[in-house]
Design a protein around this ligand. Sequence first.
Ligand code: BGC
Length: 463
Amino acid sequence: MSTADIRSVLRGGGDRFIYLTSALAALNGLLFGFDTGIISGAFLYINDTFTMSPLVEGIVMSGAMAGAALGAAVGGKLADRLGRRRLILLGAGVFFVGSLTMAIAPSVPVLVAGRLIDGVAIGFASIVGPLYISEIAPPRIRGALTSLNQLMVTVGILASYFVNYAFADAGAWRWMLGTGMIPAVILAVGMLKMPESPRWLFEHGRKDEAEAVLQRTRQGDVDEELEEIAETVSKQSGTGVRELLKPWLRPALIVGLGLAVFQQITGINAVIYYAPTILESTGFGSTTSILATVGIGVINVVMTVVAIALIDRVGRRLLLQVGIGGMVVTLGVLGTVFYLPGFGGALGWIATASLMLFVAFFAIGLGPVFWLLISEIYPLAVRGSAMGTVTVANWGANLLVSLTFPMLTAGVGKPSTFWLFGACSLVALLFTYRLVPETKGRSLEAIEADLRENIGTPTEAAD
Ligand code: BGC
């Protein structure tokens, strides 16, 4: 294939520049995934350097999630005030400082401070990555481009497993944690050349710049899209949290908060963070468990790619329903396998296969679709704050599950814990079926217009 061919392929599927911009912004996802994944490996060796009580261990582990909740709480407002691009730049700086602080930490308090700083950056990244991409992408490929962010989350988690492995022999936990500085620098340098979101520019009275960005990122006429944005902006009544609580926004807020919590209380991070422990309990040795964990990471990446290929074709609702439906079944099987007497052998393999399928179903549905939908269903004026609010709920629920999972399995046992996740998935399925709207192929402005007309129930794509 000649360069001209490649160029025309890229043109046919969307503009090359928009792919580049989205891929760069998706490094936010990479940092999010890498920095949440790396600690599990680093942790094994930090203990050799510092003596930590179980409480302090817990604080080091969960410090990033608490920081992420904080980052999400302020990040949303900052995205509305500073602009999306400037927040990405700020976030990259905070990532760098956080990783550096952890890498050179001379004491536990400094290490905890580093984890918190890093967490704040993770919180920023979890909002602004999908937000920026969804606002700059053309509607027809918005789902796929925005989900690049989630793809990079899964790549980041997988990369963290490999980096952990690479530095494991040397026990070099400082290098593991410090590696996060590299993508932070690439993100910052790359974003310096990228434009601000056209929607944010327009809303802040910078219409000419907004038009210029649209022209640079679209192939055809941009007048219609500009008009739509202008109309939306003219209808805005206010910004901030008070606006968010207005009755017309309630359905969107319920959908966002519901999906945020369901994404976590259905147990994904119990698997992502504790996979080796769960696998060892199925009777595998530690090497096989670690290998199977890498397998889980790979499946997570591959199925996210499949979701990206489908998301703008079959729509968000179908992917969510198939994905969550599969989670219900696999969690049911997992609970049952752990419940049966005489664990090991064939049952061990069934448990492993169910764990992998569970991750596959998450990766095709709740994983990417949650982050995509929350970047689509909120009105421009409050988009940052709204995403901030639901993202805080997501990190809060994440913290709750990862802290309580060891206690739950010790208290009520593995079967009941997995059945509990399964029951939560069943409720999530009903919730999705009843309340989640379809946003495939529609402009962000059309989605907002629907909301104004009080359409909180599922709508079909107006292709
Ligand atoms: C979730 C994370 C999770 C990751 C796994 C994300 O969408 O928000 O909590 O660890 O997916 O791929």
